[in-house]
Design a binder for this molecule. Structure first.
Ligand code: ATP
Ligand code: MG
Length: 454
């Protein structure tokens, strides 16, 4: 009897190979190739291949885009404003959304709430859980309010049973929590392996496209923070959302890493409360309200995608015996901090060479834009000198160049307007201060004298 054909796929990047390698030829990771049964070619594919080989395939008809028929189905609004905004206006019927996030961040809560709102609006919904029993889901739903209790649930891990239910119920919105727990009997491998995850996503996508169901696949995140399972999943779906934040903090951010139907710039801010996730619409007001007026604190007028956001950046500079001294930052890129400290020392007279430097973006927010440079520099300068900024709190934004100049960043008016709206009239930016030295002097109210190192 012929041995069933097997292939080896990398559990990190999804690269496939006919034989086993100790090191993945795709991503270079060690010991990640796992054996899987090669999917049997479908009848249609086998016939097509045979016909193609004989050169007998009939040419398909290409259609001008103008003549393509489009059914304009409106998006499904989930009733959670921040989620709808990140999705680009709501769930698109027939699309697949992958929602990733670390354990306990609130993925099930968010999707339960969204389905609850949709059910309350008269939509057909389905919540498939491979992780929790129906009773556990009910307990959560009780916390989330009455609407969440109207959502039909299916506690099931068998892919075929889930697909059959989807075909029978034809829900308009369906959540699969999580994609790693479903299991297809067509493959021998365990749930959550590359082959299984890909099989689940592909077959769910087929059913979703045919029935016009908007599907949200919940996915786990690995220790390194990337979506567990193969990267190929990210290509298969229409939209990849990342739900992040630190578990011990209340703020959680939702951002789109990929979106075929909207921008990837928008960010939703949520707060976990007893009755579910609450949208934080006035994030700036909260962060500014909480900002301290002590030395080492400044307010950064940041852009989170298309939305301005004010966040407090704090720094602590303390003398150290360690060589090299510590550079610790939360919510920022370490290399960016190193650059800012180097320019501060070289061009602005604030040397912190023999001190530990800690920088923290308050509230568990992560800032990934060059406009944060000036805030980091001013927080460190203020901490190093032990002098609070004047006025305090002071709002600022700007990128720092290697020669000590300040460079303009996108949307200066919107950043300044957001600061003004929350009572921060003085905004230090590259417009008012062309160099970092001038900005430090302006912020710390210093006269023209050579600055003393900390
Ligand atoms: N009564 C409560 N009050 C406030 N927060 C709560 C309460 N009960 C649960 N939570 C929060 O909800 C979180 C769990 O949410 P949820 O189950 O949606 O997370 P998840 O991302 O689906 O996790 P998992 O990866 O384990 O499935 C907990 O970490 C906790 O922060
Ligand atoms: Mg969950």
């Amino acid at each position: 009897m012929a041995r069933p054909a097997t292939i080896f796929s990398c559990s990190a990047c999804g690269t496939q190979s006919p034989k086993w390698h100790g090191r993945c030829p795709g991503c270079g990771e060690w010991n990640t190739l796992v054996e899987e049964r090669a999917p049997a070619p479908s009848g249609a594919r086998a016939r097509g291949a045979a016909a193609g080989a004989a050169g007998a395939a009939t040419a398909a008809q290409a259609v001008r885009l103008r003549d393509v028929q489009v059914e304009r189905t409106p998006r499904l609004r989930t009733g959670i404003g921040e989620l709808d905004r990140v999705l680009g206006g709501g769930l698109v019927p027939g699309s697949l959304v992958l929602l990733g996030g670390s354990p306990g961040i609130g993925k099930s809560t968010l999707t339960n709430m969204a389905l609850g709102h949709l059910a309350a609006a008269g939509r057909r919904t389905l919540y498939v859980s491979g992780e929790e029993s129906a009773a556990q889901i009910r307990l959560r739903a009780e916390r989330l309010g009455d609407a969440a209790l109207d959502v039909p649930v299916l506690a099931e891990t068998d892919l075929d049973a889930v697909l059959a239910t989807m075909r029978a119920e034809r829900p308009e919105a369906c959540v699969i929590d999580s994609v790693q727990t479903l299991h297809s009997a067509a493959l021998d491998s365990a749930p959550g392996t590359v082959g299984q995850v890909r099989e689940v996503a592909t077959r769910v996508a087929e059913v979703a496209k045919r029935s016009g169901t908007a599907v949200v696949l919940v996915g786990h995140v690995t220790k390194e923070g990337s979506l567990a399972g193969p990267r190929v999943l990210e290509h298969l779906v229409d939209c990849v959302l990342q739900f992040e934040g630190e578990r011990e903090r209340t703020y959680r951010t939702l951002r789109a890493l990929k979106n075929r139907f909207g921008s990837t710039n928008d960010v939703g801010v949520f707060e976990m409360a007893a009755n579910g996730l609450a949208e934080v619409l006035d994030a700036s007001a909260r962060f500014v309200g909480e900002a301290t007026k002590a030395p080492g604190s400044v307010v950064l007028a940041a852009m989170e995608g298309s939305r301005p956001l004010l966040v407090e950046v704090q720094a602590l500079v303390s003398p150290s015996e360690l060589v090299p001294p510590r550079r610790v930052c939360n919510g920022l890129d370490r290399n960016r901090l190193a650059l800012v400290l180097a320019v501060l020392g070289r061009h602005a007279g604030v040397a912190v060479g023999s001190a530990d430097v800690f920088v923290n973006v308050v509230g568990g927010v992560r800032i990934d834009e060059p406009g944060a440079d000036l805030a980091v520099a001013l927080a460190v300068a203020s901490a190093a000198r032990g002098v609070a900024t004047s006025p305090s709190p002071l709002a600022c934004f700007g990128e720092i160049g290697l020669t000590g100049e300040l460079r303009s960043v996108a949307h200066p008016e919107r950043r300044a307007a957001e600061a003004a709206q929350f009572g921060l009239r003085t905004v230090l930016s590259p417009v008012g201060a062309p160099t970092l030295r001038a900005a430090v002097r302006g912020a710390l109210g210093e006269r023209d004298r050579p600055a003393r190192a900390a």
